[in-house]
Structures are given as structure tokens and as C-alpha cells.
Write a protein that binds this ligand. Structure first.
Ligand code: SF4
Ligand code: SF4
Length: 191
């Protein structure tokens, strides 16, 4: 798995949740259509009159989450950028061709109320609960910064083995000291 594959999977899922920060700081979430992807970039659109539009411009942080039928969760924490004004009309036409149902939602010239955004900076987390052991990885796209929090065993470990017995994914390897196989860790905190 890699960032490009994750973005492609979000396009295949197509209807994904996107969370923003509301004007009063409260969480806001809605379903959006992934209109287009290009390598590690994700494109979507919305109308300039919607509170969603203003949340995108004001806070500049979004969390996108999609779940595939194979129990793969793909989370993208990113920074949406409004495409330049002079490129908007061309992008709108391109996205409407790729997503014909939009012609029914915004027929004819009514599409002009829409603007296109692109996410190209952020962090992606791939979390597959459909395999055993579970599998997770994270990837940085563009100028994103990793904010992942992981459990680690320090040099204070005395090798008692208690954590090995209680780990639901058997992802703690006991040698002289113990270590966690991060790709298989649920981050449940039991250990
Ligand atoms: S990390 Fe595990 S093996 Fe090491 S001291 Fe803690 S419980 Fe024991
Ligand atoms: S956080 Fe949970 S899954 Fe991860 S190593 Fe600890 S017990 Fe295992």
C-alpha cells in the first residue's frame, strides 16, 4: 500500500465523510463526493453559499474518512486549497464530465456557483481490519506533517512478558526486551 493507492481507494469508495471545524469551534461532518484524483491529490467541490465552503476557507483543516467493503479504513487529514479563479471553469467542466450525475444536481450554467478544492498536503492512514493480524501504515503527502501517536516500549522494560500475553493482535515480540510491530498494532492501549 502507498499514498497513491489510498487516494485511489477513496475515489473508488467515492462517497466519503469529511469533517471540518465549525464557526463556533464545533465539529462538522458531511458526505462528499471524491470527484477526481491525480496521483496523491484529491479533488472535490462545493457551493460558495454553503457553511461548509466558509469552514474550508476559515480553518483550512479537514479530516476525510472512507471505509471499503473489505474493512479498509482510509483516513486523510489534509489542507484543502481553493484552485485559482482562472482555472475553476475548466476544472468544473472536467469534474462534471467525470461525474455525470452532477449535471442533474447543478444543470446548465447553475454549476457556476461551485468551486473546486484540492487536497495535496496532509497525512494518510491506511487501517485494514479485514486481515489478521490487522494492518496499518501511514504516509505523508505533499508538505504534510505526521501527527501519528504510537505506543512504544522503552528501555525500562524488564522483560516480564505480561504485555505479550494481553495483546489482542500478538504484535509484541519478546526478545531480551520487548518491541511492538507497529504495522499490526491496534493502539488499543491494553499493554
Ligand atoms: S513492556 Fe511488557 S515485558 Fe516489558 S516490562 Fe512492560 S509489560 Fe513487561
Ligand atoms: S496497543 Fe494493543 S495492539 Fe498495540 S501492542 Fe499494545 S496491546 Fe497490542
Amino acid at each position: 500500500m502507498d499514498a497513491k493507492n489510498c487516494i485511489q481507494k477513496l475515489k473508488l469508495i467515492n462517497s466519503v465523510s469529511m469533517a471540518t471545524v465549525g464557526e463556533d469551534g464545533s465539529p462538522q461532518v458531511r458526505i462528499i463526493g471524491v470527484m477526481h484524483t491525480d496521483a496523491e491529490k484529491l479533488y472535490f467541490l462545493t457551493a460558495r453559499g454553503k457553511p461548509f465552503y466558509h469552514e474550508l476557507l476559515r480553518d483550512k483543516r479537514v479530516a476525510v474518512l472512507g471505509l471499503s467493503r473489505f474493512k479498509e479504513m482510509i483516513r486523510l487529514n489534509g489542507i484543502p486549497e481553493l484552485l485559482p479563479k482562472e482555472e475553476q471553469a475548466e476544472w468544473l467542466d472536467k469534474l462534471f464530465e467525470e461525474n455525470p450525475y452532477m449535471k442533474n444536481v447543478y444543470p446548465g450554467k447553475t454549476r457556476q456557483v461551485l468551486d473546486v478544492f484540492c487536497i495535496e498536503d496532509g497525512e494518510i492512514e491506511y487501517f485494514n481490519l479485514g486481515v489478521h493480524p490487522i494492518f496499518r501504515e501511514s504516509y505523508i503527502i505533499g508538505n504534510g506533517i505526521s501527527k501519528q501517536k504510537i505506543y512504544m516500549i522503552t528501555s525500562d522494560c524488564i522483560g516480564c512478558g505480561i504485555c505479550v500475553k494481553i495483546c489482542p493482535q500478538n504484535c509484541i515480540i519478546q526478545d531480551t526486551l520487548c518491541r511492538i510491530v507497529q504495522e499490526n498494532c491496534l493502539r488499543c492501549g491494553s499493554c
